[in-house]
Design a protein around this ligand. Structure first.
Ligand code: AHR
Length: 308
């Protein structure tokens, strides 16, 4: 019905008047609010009526939001799922109501026929890029502490798996401690403090691998408070490429970050709009590329973004 209605609107030459429900994870870290802003700005540009719902990190809030989008008979639903599990029932309800669902950023472990496609980066590749960088920087010998993202979330699961798939090739690279800091600066700081304590000031620790930059920012604070020099005494590699991380890279206080693009609203709405106009042959995954940045290119990357 939504496809037909949207087709009629276009045929009549009217401006797009789509109503889209977007269930967002929350606002942890710096990357997520940048992504939310991009989704809102891009919706406004396209005259999309975006019903935005912030789940504050709780899947139960997302399930409620999606059910409310269904009740409002929106044209499409976009979900950035907090965790991978628990989605089957609500996705089936959307399907029964003939409302197409698109996954943005994070993944689910449901039957793929319950959603149209997922538009996102390859989290496993991000982990592999981080692992390959570390293998090279440490010459294949390193005791690593790992700050994991939200337990059960696609990026935490995949960034761990990808990183380990590379470090497993190097017998002298070992993850000696690993715990979730829930993708927040405060969480990263708290876990890093406990690791610093447990290892007597990061004795023998060669690197911190954080599943996002904000946890690394927290770890950097903890290291400084413990009298350590981040980026020098310990190698630091993380994911997101947020502005503060580029600044730390440029200042030599961190070593590498894999950038996760946050300006992907255009990619997501292009897919949703094309689907509602009748295109159905989408791959199950529309890939957004990620790339690794280091101290060598951080200043240039800041300049490229008009940042200091
Ligand atoms: O799902 C992507 C991850 O979620 C980002 O890397 C992290 O910052 C966010 O919380």
């Amino acid at each position: 019905a939504a496809t037909f209605g949207f087709g009629l609107l276009l045929a009549a030459g009217s401006a797009s008047a789509l109503t889209i429900g977007f269930s967002q994870v929350g606002s942890e870290g710096d990357w997520r609010p940048a992504f939310s802003k991009d989704m809102k700005d891009e919706a406004a540009k396209r005259n999309i009526d975006l019903k935005y719902s912030d789940a504050q990190g709780k899947e139960e809030n997302q399930l409620k939001a999606v059910r409310s989008f269904i009740a409002q008979k929106v044209d499409a639903i976009i979900i950035a799922p907090v965790v991978v599990t628990g989605w089957d029932a609500v996705l089936k309800e959307a399907k029964a109501a003939k409302i197409p669902v698109f996954l943005a950023d994070r993944d689910v472990d449901s039957d793929p026929s319950l959603f149209v496609t997922r538009i996102s980066a390859d989290f496993n590749l991000e982990g592999r890029l981080a692992g390959a960088w570390l293998a090279q920087a440490s010459k294949g010998k390193c005791d690593v502490v790992e700050l994991q993202g939200t337990v059960g979330s696609a990026p935490a699961l995949q960034r761990k798996k990808g990183f380990e798939s590379v470090t497993a090739l190097f017998p002298d690279i070992k993850i000696v401690k690993s715990q979730s800091g829930d993708f927040t600066t405060a969480g990263g700081k708290e876990v890093a403090e406990s690791f610093i304590k447990a290892t007597n000031g990061f004795k023998g620790i060669c690197a911190v691998y954080a599943h996002n930059d904000n946890m690394q920012l927290g770890a950097i604070q903890a290291m400084k408070e413990a009298g350590l020099k981040p980026g020098k005494d310990v190698l630091l590699v993380s994911v997101d490429g947020v502005p503060d991380m580029f600044r730390l890279l440029a200042a030599g206080e961190a070593n590498a970050s894999v950038e996760l693009k946050s300006d992907i609203g255009k990619n997501i709405y292009d897919v949703v709009e094309a689907y509602l106009k009748g295109k159905t042959d989408f791959p199950k995954w529309v890939l957004i590329p990620s790339d690794l940045h280091t101290q060598a290119d951080a200043a240039a990357e800041l300049a490229k973004r008009g940042l200091k």
